[in-house]
Design a protein around this ligand. Structure first.
Ligand code: ZN
Length: 856
């Protein structure tokens, strides 16, 4: 079953699962843990401690003979149940207690374990000065998440068990001890002091904590609840500077989550050498002391502020509402990370928040493309801590934001508040969030969770724009490129989502800085629009064109547009029919959606300005190139050619086109090299280039009447990737076709970026940094990129696709028919020609060829 959750279809991504990964589940429950009481004595010089751990357990079943607790590298002295010694076995990892009396349902037992620990490896950390760090303060602190509490006390160590807890600790003066909940007593004991803390609200073992040190205590409050900052003495000012906004944050989050801060105090303890940035132990967050800011650093307090609000958010998401299993950690980490965005929005405005979100998205995208791709919810791993990655933090945050966009401001918060209220002091799984959303809003967001939570990946877009000046028709094509073609039933890798398309134009001839609105494309075609042009009408045509070829799942149920469309009802009807679900087209006024449109408009405007700058740069470059090559006119259309192959297999040529210095991707082409001499182990770039040029310009060679000058298909310049040799082979074939007179062709050699001209043995004297040469370099690099990308695609297609591909005359459509009929290539192989001919569209001749192919 676990496989089901994984993206097996996508081989482009590295697997998240490391060797040794296996499914993890919570263990069976012997009963409900009611209370955990740790009574401990610290021996700091020896980095050790001793004491007892008492666990109150209410059995769920009758007749249990033994209990198994997690306990790593502890010395277990004795085990008693209700005061009576019990037999036990201990292997250094787990403690088996053999009960004298079998368990009875609901008859609570108290398990008392006397134990000690020396130099614990994990869980509890001793910090002390040594000869290398003579100024290090003496401190002891703990870190339980994910499964390290078992290193400092015996317990049922998984987040599905919630109980109250109590810690009494004896420490040498003047150190103080801070722990979860309220300080209910202190006692003097000579040179020692005893601190007694009680946590009355249930929580999991991983959130139990201790922090010991000679701390300064800075008191603040929120609504009468103590808010305390503990820092090394002498850093009191820095504490206030770094954590001083905590009460405002408590106020903010209490309101957002619709649930007042749930614990009797909130302490933040800055400890030395902390292994993480922060840890949200219930009511007692530990932070690294590196987050403390001096006066200068405070000028840019954002990182610390983010850390403080993140850990605080966990007091609700994680501590009040507890995840039942690590596989659902995205619920709390995603929300804590999203709370950083929310706080940024409140403190620094929407723009800053949008930027913060963008950085989070990028951070996730980098992990997805560079490390691995995985669903946010998975229980297959080696160690739970591996799950704490950018998928659950940053992507988790983005998914919360998507929920907000989907539900709208009001309903989103209503859903979040319902979730918190309904699950306070309880454990949750992802499905509980879905249930809360449905309960609060009536909306079923399973489609969103299916795509972004239970499955890895995200949509990747390719946006292609073209402008037909004669018919004044704009065509915008948005493709989800992650849906690899040839993937059987590829629609399941498509994402169902709304794509706002912003559109705008520049008024009249004056295209200077007067950007009226927004666009996805270059300013030049737009500047030809007359001022009377109706933006709504343009938008209508864009949408018609865009959705004409779209798969039905690509059609969203809601399309937001910036301007009213003249025929929006008709278009909505057509789309509704195609999708099979109601599709509405809205010109939003409401805040969130209007913001979305505004964002699109803003982005498009930046893009337009960027294009304007680019266009200026490109004009200069074309001018320079015309001078270098002594061209009669600016080279408006330049074509670049490159060959890509790996040891001769699948040789591919790319043709890329720059119009007015910019890539015109709609004119790009790939050529599979047919020349039989170009085979595995025997590649021939010269022959391949000659073949491509021959195929590209054959029609002009055969028909001298075909218009050249003024024909948009006719290039002003051709560039070949390579040196003299490559150029000569192209020159030869152009000569053969009688085209050398008409076509300008050059080559650009890699080593020194030198330009060669036909018939010249020496390269032109140019500077690699001059703008004309740089334009050629951009063209060459683009040709190279395009060739390689196709090459990769070809190779992977080959691995994926059937052998049917190799049968001449059998296109994709017929392959599908055949496979649809026979179900597998093996069955086709076994079929007679007559049986094959029964498949619609095959016919007897092709059937014979297919048969012959399998029976050579
Ligand atoms: Zn966190």
């Amino acid at each position: 079953m676990s496989q089901h959750y994984f993206d097996t279809e996508s081989n482009r991504y590295k697997s998240f699962e490391l060797p040794g990964a296996k499914p993890h589940y919570n263990p069976d429950k012997p009963g409900q843990v009611e209370h955990i009481f740790l009574d401990l004595n610290l021996d700091i010089p020896n980095k050790s401690y001793y004491g007892t751990c008492i666990i109150n357990l209410t059995p769920i079943r009758n007749g249990l003979e033994s209990l198994v607790l997690d306990a790593v590298n502890l010395n277990i002295e004795s085990v008693q149940v209700d005061g009576n010694p019990q037999q036990f076995e201990y292997d250094g990892k787990q403690l088996w207690i053999y009960l004298n009396l079998l368990t009875e349902i609901n008859k609570q037992i108290a398990i008392a374990i006397a134990y000690s620990a020396e130099k614990p490896q994990r869980g509890l950390y001793f910090i002390e000065a040594d000869k290398y760090y003579p100024n290090k303060p003496t401190q002891v602190w703990t870190q339980g998440e994910d499964e390290d509490s078992r290193f400092w006390f015996p317990c049922f160590d998984y987040p599905g068990q919630l109980s109250t807890s109590e810690i009494r600790l004896r420490v040498p003066k003047p150190l103080i001890a801070i722990s979860n909940g309220e300080l209910i007593a202190t006692d003097e004991d000579g040179d020692y002091k005893i601190y007694h803390w009680l946590q009355k609200q249930v929580h999991p073992t991983y959130l139990m904590t201790l922090a010991v040190g000679d701390f300064a205590e800075i008191r603040d409050e929120w609504n009468g609840i103590p808010v305390t900052y503990y820092v090394e003495k002498g850093r009191e000012e820095d504490a206030k500077r770094s954590m001083g906004k905590t009460p405002q944050m408590i106020e903010f989050l209490s309101e957002k989550y619709g649930y007042p801060y749930p614990f009797p105090k909130y302490a933040q303890v800055c400890v030395d050498d902390f292994i993480f940035g922060g840890m949200e132990n219930t009511s007692t967050t530990l932070l690294t002391d590196r987050c403390l800011l001096d006066a200068r650093a405070a000028l840019d307090n954002r990182n610390t502020e983010s850390l403080v609000v993140h850990e605080l958010a966990h007091q609700w998401f994680g501590d009040l509402v507890v995840i039942k299993h690590w596989s659902h950690a995205w619920i709390k980490e995603g929300m804590a990370s999203y709370s950083e965005v929310m706080w940024t929005e409140r403190e620094y405005g929407a723009e800053e928040a949008a930027y913060y979100r963008l950085l989070e998205a990028r951070s996730y995208l980098a992990e997805d493309s560079g490390r691995y791709r995985r669903p946010m919810v998975t229980h297959v791993y080696r160690e739970a801590i591996e799950l704490y990655d950018r998928h659950i933090y940053e992507k988790g945050s983005c998914v919360y934001h998507m929920m907000r966009a989907e539900l709208g401001e009001e309903l989103f918060w209503k859903a979040i508040q319902t979730f918190v209220r309904d699950n306070a002091h309880n454990t949750v799984e992802t499905v509980d969030l879905l249930r809360a959303i449905e309960k609060a809003t009536g909306r079923n967001l399973l489609f969103l969770f299916d795509q972004y939570v239970y499955r890895g990946g995200h949509p990747d877009f390719k946006v292609v724009y073209s402008w037909d000046g004669d018919s004044k028709l704009v065509k915008v094509t948005v493709t989800q490129t992650q849906a690899v073609s040839g993937n059987n039933g590829s629609s399941n890798s498509l994402f169902d989502l709304k794509i706002p398309i912003g559109f705008g134009y520049v008024k009249g001839e004056d295209k200077g800085d007067k950007v009226e609105s927004s666009t996805l494309s270059s300013p030049s075609p737009l500047s030809t629009l007359s001022p009377q042009f109706e933006p709504g009408a343009i938008l209508q045509r864009v949408l018609e064109e865009h959705y004409q070829t779209a798969d039905s799942v690509e059609i969203p149920t809601e399309i937001l547009v910036q301007y009213d469309l003249p025929d929006s009802e008709i278009l909505a009807d057509v789309l509704t029919q195609r999708k099979g679900r109601k599709v509405s087209i809205l010109t939003p006024q409401r805040q969130v959606k209007a913001e979305l449109i505004e964002m699109v408009e803003r982005n498009a405007q930046y893009e337009l300005q960027r294009m304007q700058k680019l266009s200026d740069r490109n004009n200069e470059a074309m001018q320079d190139l015309a001078t270098i090559l002594d061209l009669p006119d600016l080279p408006h259309r330049i074509e670049g050619y490159d060959i890509s192959h790996i040891q001769g297999s699948n040789a591919v040529a790319s043709q890329v086109v720059f119009i007015d210095g910019l890539p015109a991707k709609q004119h790009y082409r790939h050529y599979k090299i047919k020349n039989p001499t170009v085979t595995v182990g025997h590649s021939d770039d010269f022959a391949s280039l000659a073949e491509v040029i021959q195929r590209r310009f054959r029609k002009y060679g055969e028909d001298p009447q075909l218009p050249r000058e003024g024909n948009p298909d006719w290039p002003d310049l051709i560039m070949i990737d390579g040196g003299k040799g490559q150029l000569s082979s192209v020159v030869a074939v152009l000569q053969e076709m009688n085209l050398l007179e008409d076509l300008r062709v050059v080559s650009l050699a890699k080593r020194r970026e030198e330009i060669f001209l036909p018939g010249e043995s020496q390269p032109l004297k140019t500077d690699p940094e001059q703008s004309g040469v740089q334009l050629l370099r951009r063209l060459r690099d683009e040709a190279h990129r395009f060739a390689v990308s196709f090459h990769r695609q070809q190779r992977s297609d080959k691995l994926k696709r059937s052998r049917l591909d190799e049968i001449p005359g059998l296109g994709h459509h017929r392959q599908k028919q055949l496979l649809g009929h026979f179900r597998s290539v093996d069955y086709i192989r076994q079929a007679t020609p007559a049986q094959i001919a029964e498949v619609p569209g095959i016919g007897s001749r092709l059937a014979q060829e297919i048969y012959d192919y399998f029976h050579p």
